[in-house]
Design a protein around this ligand. Structure first.
Ligand SMILES: [Zn+2]
Length: 343
């Protein structure tokens, strides 16, 4: 990872159509039993090769072994009843039927550790694994046990830390926590959100990252973004706190968003995963567009701390679009790399 401007994705990639229904969030699996287990591994192989062939330096699992970035992790925990469902408002934006916390939460077994060990075998490049953050986890549940969002978040942070330590032992180089809730619940984020995130990352030797975004390109998110006005200044709330935190890398949305690029200055000293690819549009960025986004950000972050990336996950996109966007990301990055260190 010594190369400047190492490229990465935020996380999810489209799954092969033989594994799950395309262009769908929470897509149902098309295989079951042993065939599903084998299919997930094959999909991990393909995702690894596509990223590598298209010039991505930090390889992610593309979430090929999970249905959803939050739900799948929670499904593996004790204390949550998936049959008992309540309707709640997710990130204050859309209603969803969610499972209920009925008892003390705990992790009986590792959730993703075997998958991560398999990914480790597929590549010599650095690998990154994403977990949901504590605050985003509680936001997708109905709590009938703790009666306190904060208390439940601390419990999840402890569980996430157990999982993260085992992912690290399995050879994961970067552990990323997805906390889109940090763009919504500012008071709770300040009171205990950052603290529970640091607890989840406590004691890790692996690099740590937090991804904060404006969400997948689904209708509820597009409507919400339309209500945010000409300048999106939500990061102004979290960045100063994260700059002071123990988290190494902050992943943010940039290209085609209304985030003022100078907000990156608030992260001075941290690594920045810069969203240079729009995941809410099927239009493929040109290499020059990607290069422009990177050049713009370089006014506020040093090249050795900048990781060109996507704005968010690409699971809902058509597969060939997502892969073409990966190629655009690395082509644009190469332009800037050559400018900074001509051969
Ligand atoms: Zn995201």
């Amino acid at each position: 990872m010594n190369q400047i401007l190492s490229t990465s994705t935020v996380g999810s990639l489209p799954k092969p159509s033989w594994l799950a229904q395309p262009e769908t969030l929470w897509a149902p699996w098309r295989l079951e039993g042993d065939a599903l287990a084998e299919g997930k591994q094959d999909a991990l192989r393909v995702a690894t090769k596509e990223q590598s062939d298209r010039g991505i330096d930090i390889i992610s699992d593309g979430e090929q072994t999970r249905q959803h970035f939050v739900t799948t992790f929670i499904e593996h925990l004790d204390g949550v009843d998936f049959a008992k469902r309540e309707t709640v408002r997710i990130r204050d934006r859309y209603d969803a039927s969610v499972p209920t916390v009925v008892d003390a939460v705990s992790r009986a077994e590792p959730v993703f550790v075997n998958d991560a060990a398999f990914l480790r075998q597929q590549t010599d490049q650095p690998i990154k694994w994403a977990l949901p953050g504590p605050m985003t986890m509680i936001d997708t549940l109905y709590d009938a046990h703790y009666s306190s969002r904060e208390k439940l978040a601390w419990e999840f942070a402890t569980i996430l830390n157990q999982e993260a330590r085992e992912l690290e032992a399995a050879g994961v180089d970067i552990i990323q926590f997805d906390e889109p809730a940090f763009n919504v619940y500012f008071d709770e984020m300040k009171d205990w959100g950052i603290a529970t995130l640091e607890r989840a990352a406590e004691g890790l030797r692996a690099e740590t990252a937090v991804h904060i975004c404006y969400g997948y390109g689904i209708k509820a998110n597009i409507d919400w973004k339309a209500s945010l006005g000409a300048e999106w200044r939500q990061y102004e709330e979290s960045f100063p706190l994260l700059q002071q935190s123990s988290i190494d890398t902050i992943s943010l949305e940039c290209h085609n968003s209304h985030v003022p690029v100078e907000l990156i200055e608030l992260l001075r000293g941290k690594k920045v995963m810069l969203g240079a690819i729009d995941v809410a549009s099927e239009e493929i960025e040109t290499a020059e567009e990607v290069a422009d986004t990177i050049r713009d950000a370089l006014r506020f972050v040093d090249a050795d701390k900048l990781v060109p990336s996507t704005n968010c996950g690409m699971a809902p996109l058509p597969r060939e679009v997502a892969f073409a966007k990966l190629s655009a990301l690395s082509a644009g990055t190469r332009i800037v790399r050559d400018e900074l260190s001509p051969a």
